[in-house]
Design a protein around this ligand. Sequence first.
Ligand code: ADP
Ligand code: GN1
Ligand code: MG
Length: 363
Amino acid sequence: MTENYLDIASRFELQGEISEIKPLGEGFINDTLIVRTKGDAPDYILQRKNKAVFPDVPAMMNNISMVTNHIKAKVADPMRETLTVVPAKDGKNYYRDADGEFWAVCTFIPDTLSYTQADSPELAYQGGVGIGRFQSLLSDFKQPLAEVIKGFHNLPWRFKQWDEAVKNDAAGRVAACAEEISWIESRRERILAFAQLVEDGTLPMRVTHNDTKISNILFDADTREVLCAIDLDTVMSATVLNDVGDALRCYTNTGAEDAPDLDTVSMSLDMFRAYIDGYLSEAASFLCPAEIENLAFSGIYITFEQVLRFLMDYLNGDTYYKIKYPEHNLVRTRAQFKLLCSMEEQYSEMCKVVDELVAKYRS
Ligand code: ADP
Ligand code: GN1
Ligand code: MG
């Protein structure tokens, strides 16, 4: 066990004696560790929050505390149905070390299943239930939430960053990426037209998760049903379509997000149906017509955004996402683009599926 981790963990109000601290999960942004304790004391999740990505960690932790407290007051099992933030010994919900790094702890929820890829429609259905329920539990949350990452799913803002990245060509990769850059440019107008629905208020702001890939949901190991949404760093006020779109990007992909073999990547309409079915089982009652109308398109716009973000990071010299090898962000870009094309090809079928499912829940 690294001495430093033990020292950091000891700054928090933990029960029990620590037996082990080791890395957990596959996140691209934070460093996540599990803190095991002896005997009956709970285990914990210790995270170094990425301060390059989250410029105001205290505001982010405040968002997480407010939202989890709101959920706890409503659910049957408050220790399992949402995260529990563990305070530092000085009472703050984070600890800042001597190097200026920010750390946070939450209670580890035992007897849960966690996935990096959805492998069955049943799981996709449960994932949809999880995010629909998360939004529904927070539908009466009225306190203002900090914008933890400026313009996170705001496409006009992403295009501003994109234009800068292409102009600056920081890593000298623009010339070699002419084809990939054309994928973005040829869709700019269509995507910005959609973003207008957010700008003009046609799509309402609600409390949303904003990072809904399957690894950010826990499932109950006994029942295999969804338990709760975790990784709440990006909880903000936004359109619910960000959550649906990001989840569709993850759950419907027949391959990995970074599959080098593009033949493995496509959008599964069965997984699409299952996810939307689960989501609407919780959300049909509160969604407005404009949200319903754009459920299918949400997969396209968030997958487009992810192509842009991976490629932009590659052009910037890999400064944002953790990478495992030098061309990783380019491989991710190409795999996500293949998924985007598959969604575009199946768009009319996706719309039909949404219509059928809306009829099921609204009849
Ligand atoms: P990252 O920012 O690294 O993605 P996450 O908060 O998503 O971090 O955690 C990484 C993984 O750790 C999750 O996918 C899940 O498997 C596990 N995990 C995180 N928090 C908990 C928790 N409170 N209880 C049980 N498992 C958890
Ligand atoms: C990041 O933190 P993690 O690994 O759950 C990213 C998401 C991307 C995702 C791509 C704060 O999620 O927006 O969609 O990688 N999170 C942040 O897998 O940028
Ligand atoms: Mg995560």
